[in-house]
Design a protein around this ligand. Structure first.
Ligand code: HEM
Length: 127
């Protein structure tokens, strides 16, 4: 059960990050070529939200199985703070930041998600 859930978690991480990168590239391309600007299709955003929700559920499932919680495991506490950074910076980069800041916000969001993966793999004891 643990191995299945962990592989599901890793698969969802890959799909979620790849989807974010594709949307970030799409936002950048439409900025460069204003004439081809199109609003993102509604179903695409809904699919991205569904995948992110499943990713959260798989993470909660892993917490339940491993008994790691943000209160007893420092890397997980930092990882969840970085998750907030990823969501916030991702929303700025894809939707809300002024156009000239969007690429920068997307790069910071990707830095957060990379740090999350490294923390989960290395599992350092931080305090
Ligand atoms: C984009 C977001 C996320 C990324 C990039 C990510 C990345 C990873 C990676 C790479 C691992 C495997 C570590 C290993 O090889 O041992 C992992 C495990 C884990 N993740 Fe995530 N994760 C994300 C979201 C979440 C969320 C939202 C939660 C909790 C609500 C969570 C909880 C966990 C737990 C508890 C493990 C430990 C499993 C174990 O090693 O036994 N993750 N994560």
């Amino acid at each position: 059960m643990y191995l299945i859930l962990k592989n599901v978690h890793l698969t969802l991480v890959s799909i979620s990050v790849a989807g974010f990168m594709l949307r970030a590239i799409w936002v950048r391309c439409t900025q460069l070529d204003q004439t081809s600007f199109r609003k993102p299709k509604g179903w695409l955003s809904r699919l991205a939200h569904a995948i992110d929700s499943l990713l959260l559920v798989s993470g909660l499932g892993l917490m339940a199985l491993t008994h790691f919680t943000p209160f007893n495991t420092s890397w997980l506490a930092i990882k969840l703070l970085l998750l907030l950074g990823y969501i916030f910076l991702g929303a700025l980069g894809l939707h809300y930041a002024p156009p000239q800041w969007r690429t920068f916000c997307c790069i910071l969001a990707l830095t957060c998600v990379t740090s999350m993966a490294l923390l989960a793999i290395e599992k350092p004891t931080l305090w």
